[in-house]
Every structure is written in C-alpha cells, then in structure tokens.
Write a protein that binds this ligand. Sequence first.
Ligand code: GTP
Length: 597
Amino acid sequence: TPPEFIRNFCIIAHIDHGKSTLADRMLQLTGVVEERAMRAQYLDRMDIERERGITIKAQNVRLPWRLGEQDHVLHLIDTPGHVDFTYEVSRALAACEGAILLVDAAQGIEAQTLANLYLALDKDLHVIPVLNKIDLPAAEPDKYAAELAHIIGCEPTDVLRVSAKTGEGVRELLDEVVRQVPPPVGEADAPARAMIFDSVYDTYRGVVTYIRVVDGKITPREKIRMMSTGATHELLEVGIISPEPKPTRGLGVGEVGYLITGVKDVRQSKVGDTVTSERKGADEPLPGYREPQPMVFSGLYPVDGSDYPVLRDALEKLQLNDAALTFEPETSVALGFGFRCGFLGLLHLEITRARLEREFDLDLISTAPNVVYEVYLEDGTEHIVTNPSDWPTGGKIAEVHEPVSKVTVIAPSEFIGAIMELCQGKRGQLLGMDYLSEERVELRYRLPLAEIIFDFFDALKSRTRGYASLDYEEAGQQTADLVKVDILLQGEPVDAFSAIVHKDAAYSYGNRMATKLRELIPRQQFEVPIQAAVGSRIIARETIRAIRKDVLAKCYGGDISRKRKLLEKQKEGKKRMKTVGRVEVPQEAFVAALSTE
Ligand code: GTP
C-alpha cells in the first residue's frame, strides 16, 4: 500500500474507559472479524489481563477502511495501559502518527490518560479527542468535552462522541482517523529501517516481533540485522495481522506487521531496537532505543523449599516473553533458596508473582521491594545496591543517591488536602497543581521511587475513597539520608527483614517489625530479644518471654491419642522451622511478617 493511504494510530485511554471495546467494534465494522466470530475483547488475550482488567502486551491489527471511493489501510497499534510500561508505551506511540484520546463520558480524564497524552504530544502525534460510553445515563458529554478541549487546546465541538458498546459514532470516528491523521513519511529507496515496538514469545513459533517500517522495505527472503547488538537473523516469515497472522511478500514504508526469525527469547528482539537488512543495511539506527532497566528489586522464595527448581524453570520461561525481568539466585537464612528479581515497577512485580503462582502452581514469599541505590563511600568507592545485604558496612558513607519519580495524581478537589498530606509524609515535593474543571484537580509531585513502591497506591486510594488516579515516571536521582535497618533475633540478623529506609523512618520501621515478630514467633525455652539496629546502634527492642510449662502439660488427664497428635503436629512443624542462631522460627512467622496485611 502506498504510504498516502496508510494511517497508523493508537488509542490512549485510562483503564476501563473502553479501549478494548472500541478496538473490538473497529475490528467488526471494518469486517476484519465477523460478528459471529466476535469474541468479547478480541485484542486482550491473556487471562491475567482480563482478570486484572489491564493490557500488558500489545496486540496490533490491520484494518481496511474505505472513505468515499478510496481504500485505506489503518494500523491500530495497541499501547500497554499501565504505569510500569511507560517505555513500551512510548515506543508504541513512536510507531504512530495519530492517537485517539478516549475518555469515559461519565468520568472524565484520569492520570493515566493525561500522562500518555503528554507522551503523545511530545512525539508530535495528531490527537483526536473522543468521549466514549455516551449511551450511559450518567454520561455528561458536554461537561467532559469542555474538559478535553481545555486540555488539548481545541473546541468542544471537535470532541467526537461514541459508544463503543452500541457502535454509535464509531464509523464516523474511523472516517476522522483517515481525514485527520497524517500519512506516514519515509524514504522508499533508502536502506530498510523498521522499529520494533513489541515482541512476544509464542510457544510454537518462537518470538514474534512487531515492527513499523520507517524507510525501505523488509522482504521475507533476506537476512536482517538488529542494530543495537549487530546480531543477524534469517527471516522465516514477514506478515500482517488481520486479525490472525498472514504472511506477505514484504512490508514497505509506513507499514506495520510482524517478523519471525526463529529466535527463542524476546531479549534478542528488543522493543525500541531498529531492524535493518544485513546487506546494504542502514548506518544509523532510529532514535529512542533504550535497554530495559529494572527499577524495583525483590527476593522471591518458594514457601516449600523443594519447589526451588520449579521456580527457576518458571522464571526462565517468563523471561522468554519479558525482556525486562531479571533474576539471580540468592540465599537467605530465614527463607532458604530463592531469587533476587528485578522489575520495571511494582505492578510488574505483582503481575510476575501472580503468574508464577497461577501458571506454575507455586506458593511464594517475596521480600519487601527495594529500588536501586548508589552508595558513595568517603574512600571514593561506589556501590550499586539492589539488595539491603549489599549495603556497604565497612567505611564511612559520603553520599547516597536514590531514584525519584514525577507523579501525576488526578482527583476530585475535595481531596487536595489529604493528597498533599500523604505526599509530604512521603518526602514529596509539589511541582504544580492545575484545575481540570471546577471539581477536579491535577497535582504533580516529585517523590522518591522507594516511597511510591512502599504502600503509596493503597494509601492514596484509601484517602480519596478510590477516586484518585495515579501515574508516575522516572525523573532521575537525588541524594538522600538513608540508612539500613537490621532486625536481630537474639543478636543474629534476620536477612529477609533488613531494609533501607530514610533516617527519619528508621525507628518506626524497626519498631513495627519488632512488634510484629514478637507476636508471630512462638515462645522458646529461653528469652529471645528482638532488636532493630542501624549499624551497631539499637533503635528498638521487644522480648519474647521464655516458655514456662511443657507443651504437653496443656493436655489434661491421660488422653494418649490427643498427646500423640500434639507430638506429631510438633514434629511436622519442626520440618518447616528455620533456625536463626538458637531460635527456632516457623516459616509461617516469616511469611506473615513479610506480607503487607
Ligand atoms: P483496559 O483494557 O483494562 O485498559 O480497559 P479498557 O479501557 O480496554 O476497557 P474495556 O474495553 O475493557 O471496557 C471497560 C468496561 O466498560 C467494560 O465493562 C465495557 O463493557 C464497558 N464499556 C466500554 N465501552 C462502553 C460504552 O460505550 N458504553 C457502555 N455502557 N459501556 C462500555
């Protein structure tokens, strides 16, 4: 297809504002999926996505559309919908010339929409504002059209109104995509350059790489080269998705499709990388490539130690489809053998954990997540700390750098006070505040990433009765006054509970953990002190008093069977006991102490 008849666009929307439903309707109206075959939410394939209502991996589809007498090809490029995937969103946007800004007509703009809108405007995409769900009785299209117009700087009458559910207005929307979104431009005769905006592992075919061709042509009978690594691959297939994969004889300027090379691991086909031909390839890659960087680390341990090999295999399998997931073996006194895993953010961690538990039937414990710190000692050495156990102990610390984020919160204005109080308590710095309308406000903060991954989401939701929405992106580093707090049982540190916290929060962390453990650890034959310490300084202390009576004394009389049962139970319990120094601790106590109730 000549570029002038191609339109590449994506849909930017907050969770639940109807992106998948609109995409379904478009598939149906363009005849790509027959009504009978119409599965609800065709584009969201993974179970877990459906369950949590989020889109993790993109699905991309080619739609034929006739405007007047002219046939066009529309490529709908799906953007992942959640905070941790900002880089992937930015690559999906970079593959488009236009974006539909889809907003629920009963809710208005939310933080995610706004954050992604800024990314789209930053990439100079043409934005088509659209209100969805106008069939709802609670819809207030006039009010929210004004809000949208105000934000993107257009007239309220430019805001289209649709119902993805009934299909009302969707044909007109497709027409407007053709009219308003600029066609792609590129050099047809130049060496091939295509951008990878997604890559997905498929059990049968290996990695399926989604590309947008910028210059030249990608044809099936050539070898390709990945420009970030220089690795070359045989092309087994080039094709388009409509909505099932269909092989083609090549993809030209502006076209969107997929490649199959037989590689088995998405890390060989990285989002943002440039694909070129092996022979007479391009010299310069397309701009914007970045290695995936884990930002949040946590230890993952099987509750049952014998599941360790299962966990390792499971992580290896997930990694085939997740270039951002990293892991390495780790051992813990309290938790046994496990892995230190790196994630893009908290949601990525949660999704990975949920998939491990569900798809591989594992029971897992995770240690408190932490971010990456750079610790500089006075002797000039630098330490990268992704685990409290890496915190340097010898030598004086000169400076610690921690990652910070730019946070956008949107909420009804009655909650401004509550939100400000929360953010200030989390070492936040107000960057700005704007009213989107009379009742709704956007607050922008600079906050340490460590504070966000702790319990920020939950605290924000509870303070705003669920009305606030949140988005965050990386914003460099800052120096901070941080310390490592250790938790000691009878003088022995319990590694899984060490944490890096701000100096002012050290006492409350230490105190909370010590109290929790006192309640969870059963009494022993002797007194057990629980202490929290920063270096050699004890900052909190609790005591588990010694048992006075033998456990069998609890059984009155001569009920032998009952006594035996109790002994057996004790024996079974022993198996899952961990020993810290002289203290025997049931594994459940560690699990309970680590879970954030
Ligand atoms: P994520 O994939 O989770 O980001 O959500 P989404 O934005 O794709 O939303 P989805 O399409 O799953 O729609 C969310 C809910 O809104 C579903 O229950 C839809 O049935 C409903 N919905 C979507 N569009 C409309 C509409 O036009 N009218 C009405 N009444 N409901 C709609």
